[in-house]
Design a protein around this ligand. Structure first.
Ligand code: FAD
Length: 321
């Protein structure tokens, strides 16, 4: 069966959900092999095997950690030349997309970024689905040049474990990283600080605030904390400087797919919906009964978000007490 390279998205070995999504996709195309940039000691083979990886290529050079993306692109190009995989799947993170673009140039291959699905077509080519213009249209493409490279948007599809999960074979791969690739080095990393909330992209509950908050996110944060949720924001709230861009949900922000999404003081612009439309249950709190978000919401509360969220928080806290 043809080999599919899957770049593992991880933080010090803790594999992110995106990797499970990529492996689920890769199994439709062929036999997935994970590409792990990091120390072999940090690799948790069981997590990769669970989603169908048959092999893990471990690339340990310090350049992958200490430099910008060039060493990773070089290493992947070398792996592509050596293993001749049928496709390469990469997470659609800012870094992943830059690595993918460089890899496409180096290998003279076709690339699709921000795909929401990947399948093998009847013609044998890799076919991708993308949501464009804020989710207003869905396009399909087939990659016919070189080794198809695809970046997959996080939270785009449901992960499926491999049955049975076969123990994984890890192989340390050494690639000569050029001096040019080592030239751009990372000199400092600023930790984001532990905000004590789940990661927005992976959270099972997200409470978001928009322009309707008027810049006061206290009620949104308190409600999120009582549910153990992540906090998100609309672009209007981010552009106003009320919340950091890292928490923006939407077309130009993070795509979320939680079990429960609470949109408070958010009108429901198409670009916002593009980042949360696959949420399982949507609750909207808005004082305008005509707000478009109510067209998508499963439950709606028409009213001022502050008293609504404060009352909901108090009610939940009281029931827990
Ligand atoms: P508004 O549209 O102004 O809505 C505010 C809502 O709050 C209104 O419905 C109002 O009735 C309600 N409200 C006001 N006061 C209260 C109150 N006290 N209680 C309850 N409700 C109240 N937007 C994103 O969010 N994410 C993106 O990634 C994104 N990308 C974009 C990319 C492009 C290329 C473009 C052109 C736009 C993008 N936008 C994005 C912007 C998007 O078009 C909207 O402008 C934005 O989503 C509006 O944010 P909002 O709903 O908070 O504000």
């Amino acid at each position: 069966m043809s080999e599919i390279l899957v770049v593992v998205d991880h933080a010090d070995g803790a594999v992110r959900t995106t990797t499970a999504e990529l492996l689920t996709c890769a199994r439709r195309l062929g036999e997935p092999s994970a590409v792990f940039f990091g120390a072999a000691a940090d690799l948790t083979p069981g997590q990769l095997a669970e989603y169908g990886a048959r092999k893990a290529y471990v690339l340990e050079d310090a350049a992958y950690r200490d430099c910008l993306v060039a060493p990773k692109a070089e290493a992947l190009a070398q792996l592509v030349a050596d293993r001749r995989p049928a496709a390469v799947l990469i997470p659609s993170t800012p870094e992943g997309k830059e690595v993918a673009a460089r890899l496409a140039i180096k290998t003279d291959s076709g690339l699709v970024t921000d795909a929401s699905d990947v399948v093998r077509g009847d013609d044998g080519a890799v076919h991708t689905t993308q949501s464009v213009f804020g989710g207003a249209f869905t396009t399909t493409a087939s990659i016919t040049k070189g080794t198809p490279i695809v970046t997959l948007k996080p939270n785009s599809l449901t992960t499926e474990g491999a049955d049975p999960a076969v123990p994984i074979e890890a192989e340390t791969v050494r690639v000569a990283v050029s001096d040019t690739a080592r030239a751009a080095r990372i000199i400092r990393r600023e930790p984001r600080g532990d905000i004590g909330r789940p990661d927005l992209a992976d959270a099972s509950i997200v409470v978001s605030g928009g322009r309707g908050t008027g810049g006061d996110f206290d009620a949104v944060e308190a409600f999120a904390d009582c549910l153990g949720a992540a906090v998100g924001a609309s672009r209007a709230a981010v552009d106003a400087g009320w919340y950091p861009h890292a928490f923006q949900v939407g077309q130009t922000g993070v795509t979320v797919s939680p079990q429960l999404y609470v949109a408070s003081g958010i009108s429901g612009a198409i670009q916002h919906i593009a980042g949360m439309r696959s949420s399982k249950i949507v609750v909207a709190v808005n004082k305008d009964a005509e707000a478009p978000i109510f067209g998508l919401a499963d439950f709606g509360v028409i009213g001022d978000l502050r008293p609504v969220l404060v009352q909901a928080t108090t009610e939940i806290d009281n029931r827990r007490a």
